[in-house]
Every structure is written in structure tokens, then in C-alpha cells.
Design a protein around this ligand. Sequence first.
Ligand SMILES: *Cc1c(COP(=O)(O)O)cnc(C)c1O
Length: 493
Amino acid sequence: MTSETEAARREPTDMDPDEFRRYGKEVVERIAAYLERPESWPVLPPVRPGELRAALPAHPPQTGEPMEAILEDFDRLILPHTTHWNHPGFFAYFAISGSAAGVLGEALTAALNVNAMLWRSAPAATELEQVTLDWLRQLLGLPAEMMGTINDTASLSTLHALAAAREMWPELRVRQEGLAGRADVPAMRVYCSEEAHSSVDKAAVTLGLGLAGVRRVPTDAEYRMDVGALARAIAEDRARGVRPLAVVATVGTTSTTSVDPVREIAAVCEREALWLHVDAAYGGAAAVLPELRWALEGVERADSVVVNPHKWLFVPLDCSVLYTRRPEVLRRAFSLTPEYLTTPVGDEALNLMDYGVALGRRFRALKLWFVLRWFGATGLQAQLAEHIRLAQVFRGWVDMSADFERLAPAPFSVVVFRHHPPGVDDEAELDRLNAALLERVNASGEVFLSHTRAKGRYAIRLAVGNIRTRETHVRRAWEILRGAADEVSRSPR
Ligand SMILES: *Cc1c(COP(=O)(O)O)cnc(C)c1O
């Protein structure tokens, strides 16, 4: 009846199954077409801040809109305002890609929409998380006693690890009484290298240790933590009545992918009774390759380690794994069970809400399971080996070139370098030249690279990590860099 149809249109309910099938096919078709040719888009969109916002209505729709209109606007407005991480010319930050298997897993997660706070609220999500993380642990060669939990990001994983480190001293009663207004609690210190990720500082801010609670230890010529300096810093702090809590070592630093000497740092931590957390958000994945197992050497002695499968293991954002040898301490830091969340199963079931800040948890293990099964160990190894090979090919070009120089070793798939024309030796001038060069390169729309500072020097980074990147793309990046280098060197200073 017409009136019934009209009423339904005015007050839309969820889609009926046939509509869902129709639009679902359209969405899958869009995804397939997009992933088939992400390079039909400029990797970095030529847009200005606020442009998309201005193109969208300021107010929400009063009545429901047809799915055709929503999808059309996705094509017309969202895609052109997107930086295309799927583009094979994406070499910025840490290049990542969510593989197709992961995308399908993510779709099913959305469909199930379970909240894995308790075993009872999501038995499959709880148990699959433990199984997939044990698989991943084996792939990385980590010890069997390490228990994993999935967080959204490495930042949260590190926050959780440092909260557990603080809980190693229950006599301080921080969990119960907090830190504010207490004269009976000493200042606390976390140590990491000057190259460590800013998430360590954010964790310290969040945990009430403050930025002053993070002591950054100098690095050697290859950007690795100086262990002698670490030991001296700890002794100095102890002598002043500061309580050392934890050391964060990094395997694959964000700027240059350097690897701290974890084994020696572990020895210091054991001697000093400090929690050792290893940030291997990017670099940890390399350990799936037997020839790169050395990257996680010593990590078996760590109290915790974070690895991000969403970074270099083809799982769509977000999926960060925190492994710990002391799950009971992590649990002591975070478990709190209000009456409405007690369950008859009681303590024999694992309730993941007890291991972190968040109560509600997405079913993230599903996409990880899809990816691990789709690729298998050999598939993942082949992808990573190819990325490393491509980066090493690029590194060879940089090393052979008279007007480019490498600024850091390249142990994995990231090359850190700069343009250095013979005769130009003023550091400020080189910084300016390289910033101008990078801007030109990124304006091409064909490739996107990012920068960092390496011992103070402006440095360009080429990070290989996208699943669609081939040698032709790396070669093209080099051609564009070479061409832009000639242009900026010619232009008046
Ligand atoms: C990327 C990265 C992080 C931060 O990761 P998020 O998951 O975005 O929080 C932390 N540490 C290192 C070494 C990283 O490379």
C-alpha cells in the first residue's frame, strides 16, 4: 500500500536484507575497483584544510537519505580528500596496507558487533584473540609465557605496560591513592633513548609521572641507546632519591628504525629490578623472517613488548598487540569489576576488560585471524622480504650517488637520506634545500615521502611497506627525487 510505503520512507528502519545485498555488492565492487587501482588518485590530495568541511552540510539530515546519494558523495567528496595509504607510491611515515583478507574480516567484525569486555559477552572474540596472539607470538619467536592482548594503538599498549610497571610496587598504593598531594611517594622515572617514540612521553603524562618523569638517554652514532649512559642515569637518579620504574627499549625507532641493544638493556633492568618494555611497533614484524630474528634478541627477557600488526603485517587499522610475561601485574593494575559485570562463570574465564583501560573492546582478532590464515607464515615472509629488498635497492642508488647521502643504517625497509650537493656544507642550507626538495617531490602526486631529523639534520625517509609497491614505484620515486634535486640545486638560494 502506498501510504505504508510512504510511512516507511519517512521513518526508515534499518535496510531490509535485499537492499543490504544490493548495496553490499555495490560497496564490495567499489572496494575492489579502488584496491585495483589506487594509483588513479594522487597519493597526496591537492586540497587545503577546511575544504571538505565547507563542501559538507553544516546540519544533519532531517530525514533519511537514499544509499545511492550517500555512496555518490563518498565518491565525489571523500575519495578526493583522502591521502591514499593504499597507493603504491606511499612511502611516508611507516607505509602500511590493510590487505583484502583483513578488510573482509573487518566487515564481519562490524556485522557481529560484539563487545568483548567479558568472556560471556563475546566468547569467540575472547578465545580467538588468545589463539591468534599465540600464533603471532610463535611467528615472532617470543617465549611461550608471553600473553597477548589487542589494543587500538601502540600508544595504548605502552601506556598499559607502564601502568603495570608502576603496579610492581603495590606498597606505594598508587592505584588506591593516586599520586596527587602525596609527600610519601618519591618522584618516578622511566628511561628511554632520545630516539624513542613520543608515546612514552604521553604515557608518562597520562600516568601522572609528568614529562619530567621521562629521562631520555643519549644514543650512539647509529641511533641506539647508550647502555653505559643508561646505567649512569639510573645510578644518578637513585642517589637523588628518585625511584626508577621502567626502561623502554625500541626495536625499530620511528625516525631511523634503529634497534636498541635489548640484551644489554635487559641485563641492566634485571640488576636494577626495573620493568623492561620493548617498543617494536614497526620493527617487531621483521622477526617473522628467520634472517631478521636477531631484531627481537633479548626481548624474551622483557616484561612486555608491543608489536603492531596494523603496521607491517597487513592487518587494517587498528590492531596493536601488547605481550607481557606478567599478565597478573597488568591485571592487578586494571581489574575492577562492578556488580553488573560479575558473571556466574567467575574467575575461570578470561575477561579482557581486566587488562586495560577500555571496558568495551572490538573483535579485532577476527581480521588478524583472516590475515594470518590467508598469507600463512611463508606469505608474510615473502611480503616482508620483498619490502626489505626494495628498500635495499633504493639504498644502493642513494649510496652510489655523488649528491645524495644516507644518514642512518637501513636494517629493515626504511632508508633515511638527504640531498647533499658537493660544495654545500652549511647545515642550515642543507636543511632548507632538502625541505624544498621534499615539497617538490610530494607535489608530484605520484609518490609521498616524509621527513625526520637525524642527529639534528633534516632527513628524508623512504619507507617501503605497502603491499602493492613494486620495484617500478621505488624507481619512480628515485627519478622524481633526482629530477627535483636538480631543480632545487639550480634555483637561486
Ligand atoms: C608507530 C609507532 C608508535 C605509535 O604507534 P600507534 O599505534 O600509532 O600508537 C610507537 N612506537 C613506534 C616505535 C612506532 O613506530
